[in-house]
Design a binder for this molecule. Structure first.
Ligand code: ATP
Ligand code: MG
Length: 582
């Protein structure tokens, strides 16, 4: 192992990826988990195996934070020739649903990962987990406790005061076994008894103060039905499930660092195969909430249209917004893996998709706020099908034909009656190039009764298709356009951050994160005009609308009324196009 490790790697917010692994810029540095794995491989700690798992709780849809965990766990397995399981952590039947299970599987696959035949459920292990619990009782290391949840809290102590022993702590092994079996048999009401590990009520780590391993809960489980009325806690289910599956590196987020001594205690007391738990910093993004409770609230209370609302940080939302799996994987790789929590600028995520779509998305012309242009010297009945390039970044993408005619639509914003200095677009008397077409000069603007410009009268120079005019005249601006007769009608949805503050939880006194919702997070434009080639587009197809950004065809589209989501705007495009147009 030669690489050095930088704990702050994940804190980078600039999106620069010069030394990110896998982007072809020389040898990549190893992050701290890779270092651990390489060291374990060197010392043959797991007989050469690398076996990770992704353990979602099916109580919501996956979000971009989960994507980081998925990319990490599956990525390590891939990199080291190992395996990665998917295991549903379905130990809390009151909050879990089949809908979530299915969406999670679909999202993991969409991200480009495959668990082959290794799809598991913690509920598959309920019988074995129960047997492990009896084993612990048999060793005198667990007991049935009659304290209510509230009393248990009182007995627990605080960070500065030790806890007190439960009055039931010294029950005999036989009595404990009998009571535990009767708990399972359904003899006691919900919440009246628990099974607790017998560790140390004075432990500095509160997780070791006789934590609960089983609770009584009469709730129908989406897989085991009514077979059980006691359910294991996360702490009891997780490590033992890892052990059953032969996991080598059990990777979780930093909140579980304080649970690791308990994870180790259980496995040591049971004397079974013992994976290694490693904690990393969870992903936080600016302008984004990532808590499943809050995401559920946004959906349930109608602040967004659903889990797949394009403003949501869910994988579903990002998919619908037009993100590609590659861009999300690239983002996860780029932000790295760190041991300290930090917040990544959401612009890093947006840059990742912009970069990928720049390489892959076909270019088209679409006018978001149309202004009618009549070319007075162009024949009424003439239509020319002009050559347009599909993707200058990808010659293999080829070209297409776009219809040019006497009446066009251009962007209202590309005309100023009274242009500021250095405005290189249209104005009375000014000349521009129409993308893939001719020079166009504005003669006059036609206004309605309220003084609003409703049409431009223009002339074109027929000698300028693909070249400069013989007189060597130059123009500085190139603008996009769509033929009025051939263009298709479209609705375009523009998105901004869902929250106004970079930290949505940083609210005023007495306010909640909901008070920080951005009222302008969705702007709907109707009556947009797009070039006719888009009649062939299918839901989910992504495009660059020249000069406007990247757009994705939404499933609200119907034949004849297209709906596009803007994935991200283009950045700096204006300057670039200005230079290209001559
Ligand atoms: P909760 O447990 O509160 O329902 P969770 O976000 O922990 O929410 P899980 O379904 O338990 O949700 O998470 C599955 C896996 O994804 C866990 O290993 C968890 O550590 C990881 N994960 C969740 N959120 C993030 C995040 N923001 N960054 C990185 N990994 C995350
Ligand atoms: Mg969790």
């Amino acid at each position: 192992m030669t690489a050095s490790h930088d704990d702050t790697g994940g804190a980078r917010t600039d999106g620069a990826a010069g030394d990110a692994p896998g982007d072809g810029n020389g040898p990549a540095r190893l992050h701290f988990i890779e270092q651990i794995i390489e060291e374990d491989l060197r010392t043959n700690r797991w007989e050469g195996r690398v076996h990770t798992r992704f353990p979602p709780e099916p109580n919501g849809y996956l979000h971009i934070g989960h994507a980081k965990s998925i990319c990490l766990n599956f990525g390590l397995a891939r990199k080291y020739g190992g395996r990665c399981n998917v295991r549903f952590d379905d130990t809390n039947p009151s909050k879990e649903e089949v809908e979530y299970v299915e969406s999670i599987m679909d999202d993991v696959r969409w991200l480009g990962f495959d668990w082959d035949s290794r799809l598991y459920y913690a509920s598959d292990y309920f019988e074995r987990l129960y047997a492990f619990a009896e084993r612990l009782i048999g060793k005198g290391k667990a007991y049935v406790c009659d304290l209510s949840a509230e009393r248990m809290r009182e007995y627990r102590g605080t960070l500065v005061e030790p806890g007190r022993d439960s009055p039931n702590r010294d029950r005999s092994v036989d009595e404990n076994l009998d009571l535990f079996r009767r708990m399972r048999a359904g003899e006691f009401a919900d919440g009246t008894r628990t099974l607790r590990a017998k560790i140390d009520m004075a432990a500095a780590n509160l997780n070791l103060r006789d934590p609960v391993l089983y609770r009584i809960l009469r709730a129908r489980h989406h897989r085991t039905g009514d077979a059980w009325c006691i359910y294991p806690t996360y702490d009891w289910a997780h490590g033992q499930s890892d052990s059953i599956e032969g996991i080598t590196h059990s990777i979780c987020t930093l909140e579980f660092e304080n649970h690791r001594p308990l994870y180790d205690w259980c496995l040591n007391e049971l004397a079974i195969y013992h994976p290694r738990q490693i904690e990393f910093a969870r992903l936080n993004l600016t302008y984004t909430v990532m808590s499943k409770r809050k995401l559920l609230e946004l959906v349930r209370d109608g602040h967004v249209t659903g889990w797949d609302d394009p403003r949501m940080p869910t994988i579903r939302g990002l998919r619908r917004r037009g993100f590609t799996p590659e861009s999300i994987r690239r983002f996860c790789e780029r932000i790295g893996v760190a041991k300290f929590n930090s917040t990544i600028d959401v612009a890093v995520l947006e840059n990742a998709v912009r970069e990928h779509l720049n390489e892959t998305a076909p270019r088209v012309m679409g006018v978001l706020d149309p202004l009618r242009v009549v070319i007075e010297n162009y024949p009424e009945d003439r239509v020319e099908w002009l050559d347009a390039i599909n993707n200058p970044e990808d010659p293999s993408a080829g070209g297409r034909k776009v219809p040019f005619a006497r009446v066009l639509h251009i962007e209202r914003d590309d005309f100023r009656e009274d242009p500021p200095r250095k405005f290189f677009r249209l104005a009375p008397g000014a000349e521009v190039r129409l993308r893939y077409a001719y020079f166009l000069k504005c003669v006059s603007a036609v206004k309605d009764g309220e003084g609003r410009v409703v049409e431009l009268r223009c002339v074109y120079d027929p000698r300028t298709l693909g070249n400069a005019p013989p007189d060597g005249r130059k123009v500085k601006g190139t603008i996009h356009w769509v033929s009025a007769e051939h263009g298709l009608d479209a609705e375009v949805r523009l998105y901004e951050h869902l929250f106004r503050n970079a930290d949505p939880d940083d609210t005023g006194p007495g306010e909640s994160y909901l008070d920080g919702l951005n009222p302008d997070s969705l702007r709907v434009l109707r009556g947009c005009r797009v070039e006719p080639s888009l009649a062939e587009a299918r839901v989910g197809d992504r495009f660059q609308f020249e000069r406007q950004g990247y757009f994705c065809l939404d499933d609200d589209s119907k034949p004849g009324s297209l709906v596009f989501n803007r994935t991200v705007p283009l950045r700096d495009t204006w300057a670039k196009i200005e230079k290209k147009g001559d």
